[in-house]
Write a protein that binds this ligand. Structure first.
Ligand code: NAD
Length: 467
């Protein structure tokens, strides 16, 4: 990392706890990024021709090195993104799990033989690496959002160029350093850090050599980048914003629902794409749920995530605090009540109080916007049809959660929710073995699982005649 850190001018990285300086990293120019694309293409020539077993061995060494350096990587995440250290440890293990998983999946990229329509013919389908891949990733999972894309790309035989978020380039650089130590050939994984995301992003979405673009971030930016990719008809995957409903039916196990709500809502100070964004609680259990949720939220310790026992750290920056504050204020003006919290936290400029809001109406802004903060708005509902209508009343479709014990209801609601992922009596869904992704304006494509490598290969149909 010596090449990157300690630059005199470049991209300034701050600790969101107090906006103190962590590092200055290289500011890649457009010309340098174009050169990186050419290098990735050259590296593809060798990497794609290695056997799957050889690639798997490199990925496995990378996985092992990451796990050996789990604490260092976790401290980097906490320093640049603010999430509590225990969560950062979890993110490193989660991120590494994709490398371990795809090291194995790469060995099973089987093609197909299809029965041909003539006795003298054979039909063969090959799966071949798509080529050079570009990726743009967000700050809220600065480690795992990279490995979730890069691991299947490398396992399939592709090479990759990643532009991490401006706020969190250090995790990306540390991952790259360990990949090189693991024996990944130079230029197979390039990290381009920049102060000019739009300019660098244009290269990564328009360069004809790049055949596949993978993005995780907001829906607005994802739409723009997908349009940019259209000019060279790249294969595109998008993991975008969410507006997850968290539904608690009268027959739910209240304590299980509270546990799930706390994990889903307050992890990373509410800054995850699959965070519960709106709580819908049925009449009969509503008051008990609000009382218990408030009790648990009041126990959350707010502070510097690097310190022991801190459950809620800072938001990423001032703009994030202002957005959350604006949404909460508007709800209170519209008649909402803060059962706890409701304003900025006095620990620091980038902090917001863990909050529970009640007496809200579905349809107001806080039920429509992605809050991205430690705020749980609770809405009351009467019956199943009504809550399914409200839950689906959004352009987003990433994750949804519900708590119920009636078996018929479990099936009906799971099938009716228009989401890519549904947690049933569970508040945390992500695992490398299952397909992660959204429907509607939450994205296209799936990451993780055996489906996750499909985006990085092309199918080639070969017809052999004259046999
Ligand atoms: P963002 O869209 O602002 O930024 C994401 C990335 O896009 C960053 O690297 C940024 O530099 C880059 N970017 C921004 N404008 C660009 C442009 N014009 N050209 C090229 N690149 C550009 O999102 P964010 O604030 O970093 O992350 C939060 C968002 O990400 C939320 O909406 C969240 O739901 C979403 N997210 C989704 C998933 C998922 O798996 N679906 C996971 C994590 C985060």
């Amino acid at each position: 990392m010596a090449d990157y850190l300690g630059q005199e001018t470049g991209l300034l990285v701050l600790n969101p706890v107090d906006d103190s300086e962590l590092a200055v990293v290289r500011d890649w120019t457009v010309t340098e990024v174009e050169a990186a694309v050419e290098k990735a293409e050259t590296a593809f020539g060798d990497w794609s021709k290695r056997t799957a077993k050889e690639r798997s061995a490199v990925l496995t060494r990378w996985y092992n090195l990451i796990m050996e350096h789990q604490e260092m990587l976790a401290r980097i995440i906490t320093a640049e993104c603010g999430k509590p250290l225990a969560e950062a440890w979890g993110e490193v293990a989660y991120g590494a799990s994709f490398i371990e998983w795809f090291a194995e999946e790469g060995k099973r990229l089987y093609g197909d033989m299809i029965p041909a329509p003539g006795a003298d013919k054979r039909i063969m389908v090959l799966k071949q690496p798509i080529g050079v891949v570009s990726a743009i990733t967000p700050w809220n999972f600065p480690n795992a959002m990279i490995t979730r894309k890069v691991a299947p790309a490398l396992a399939a035989g592709c090479t990759a160029i990643v532009k991490p978020a401006e706020a969190t380039p250090l995790s990306a650089l540390a991952l790259q350093k360990l990949a090189l130590e693991a024996g990944l050939p130079e230029d197979c994984l390039q990290i381009v850090t920049t102060t000019k995301p739009a300019d660098v992003g244009r290269v990564l979405t328009t360069h004809p050599t790049i055949r596949k673009f993978s993005f995780t971030g907001s829906t607005a930016v994802g739409k723009l980048l997908a349009q940019q990719c259209a000019g060279t008809v790249k294969k595109v995957s998008l993991e975008l914003g969410g507006n997850a409903p968290f539904i608690v039916f009268d027959d739910a196990d209240l304590e299980a629902a509270i546990k799930g709500a706390m994990a889903s809502k307050y992890r990373n100070a509410g800054q995850t794409c699959v965070c519960a964004n709106r709580f819908y609680v049925q009449d009969g259990i509503h008051d008990a749920f609000v009382a218990r949720l408030t009790e648990e939220v009041e126990k959350l310790k707010v502070g510097d995530g690097a310190e022991e026992g801190i459950a809620v750290g800072p938001l990423i920056n001032q703009a994030a605090v202002e957005k959350v504050d604006g949404l909460v204020k508007a709800s209170i003006v519209a008649g909402g009540t803060a059962a706890t919290g409701g304003g900025r936290h006095d620990f620091g400029e980038n902090y917001f109080e863990p909050t529970v809001l009640t007496n809200l109406q579905h349809g107001e802004e806080i039920s429509r916007a992605e809050i991205f903060g430690p705020v749980a708005p609770v809405f009351r509902f009467r019956d199943e049809d009504e809550v399914i209508r409200m839950a689906n009343d959004t352009p987003y479709g990433l994750a949804a959660y519900f708590y119920a014990r009636d078996l018929g209801r479990v099936f009906r609601v799971a099938e009716a929710l228009e989401y890519g992922m549904v947690g049933i009596n569970e508040g945390i869904l992500s695992t490398e073995v299952a397909p992660f992704g959204g429907v509607k304006e939450s994205g296209v494509g799936r990451e993780g699982s055996h489906y996750g490598i499909d985006d990085y290969v092309e199918l080639k149909y070969c017809l052999i005649g004259g046999l």
